[in-house]
Design a protein around this ligand. Sequence first.
Ligand SMILES: Cc1ncc(COP(=O)(O)O)c(C=O)c1O
Length: 395
Amino acid sequence: MARTLKPDTLGVRAGGIRSDFQEHSEALVLSTSFVYKSAAEAARKFANTGPDDNIYSRFTNPTVRMFQARLAALEGAEACVATSTGMAAITTMVFGLLKAGDHMVTARGVFGSVVPLLDQIAKKFGIETTWVDATDLDDWKRAIRPNTKLLYAESPSNPVLEIVDIAGLAAIARKAGAIFAMDNAVASPALQRPIALGADLVIHSATKYVEGQGRVLAGAIAGRADLVSGPLFGFVRTAGPAISPYNAWTCLKGMETLGVRMRGHCENALNVARWLEKQPGVERVLYPALESHPQHALAMRQQSAGGPMLSFIAKGGREGAWRVIDAVQLISNTANFGDVKTTICHPASTTHARLTPAEREAAGIAEGLIRLGVGLEHPDDIREDLSRGLAQGKQ
Ligand SMILES: Cc1ncc(COP(=O)(O)O)c(C=O)c1O
């Protein structure tokens, strides 16, 4: 598909493969394996699998291929490999690219499950991680060692909305001869394209905005073909963290509305963020499009809008935060975000509870922090729902 097409068009059209049935909507191919015309054809496909060959759905499936091609087009990537979840994508990245004795540098604010993945599981296999302040490029530079092979960050980060200087970090990685991977789950390619800013790889929890309606788990890695179609595809094929064709199809159809959804999410999030800033029960609002965000200028250079997620610190610590969460009637108290339904969560006692208090503090996860995945309900209704618990705090 021509690279000059606009992202909204790529989301609707890129990667489509039409079968002999001439279906208009992309087909969901639910088949574990594919048949060969002859023994010789089977041998040829196994010996040298071409880009259009289908063998077995752990590593070749037409629906998965469409999903991968569409996401690659949106990210401006040479290639994409899909995985069962976002964590499976991160696991594939670590174990597909690194070996015992290698070192990686990772931003402290990345998604909570990445911490035990690296500090407990990867460490057992001799892969060392240094954790740094995502926003401090000097901290990244100081952490580089001769055996540093991978730099990994998330921007905006979940849940504290820190912004990483993607082009700055890409320059550091290039100088160190390391691979640079960015988690783009929160912004999605509709708002930010890390590869254009110098990233080698983009990681997705497609569970979030790529799919967009909270129906399936999915993940992907997009980026340089030598990495994606080489060791990363090889890891998925052999170790098996593959996506199901059904989940890939749901994400493929989700991407058709990605642009329009993200515009709605961002508009609502900015509306709610500006209102929260004025509430007496709120200590601080973290949202990149607010002028009060410490990296507002950088965020607005890298992203086309503030994004769908915001966090705020309720007065009164954990008690104050839980009061707001327990008072909502419309918003869903659930760990996910990336849904058209607004979601609320208390990271310190849920998604980031496995971190030690010191790790939480270092990552900026305050006891009063509340994360909102702002959905597509009318913003008046979202604000009214939040005001219940905030108003109780004043009495
Ligand atoms: C930014 C980010 N990356 C990765 C993940 C992991 O994705 P999954 O839940 O699909 O495994 C999450 C999950 O919430 C996330 O928020």
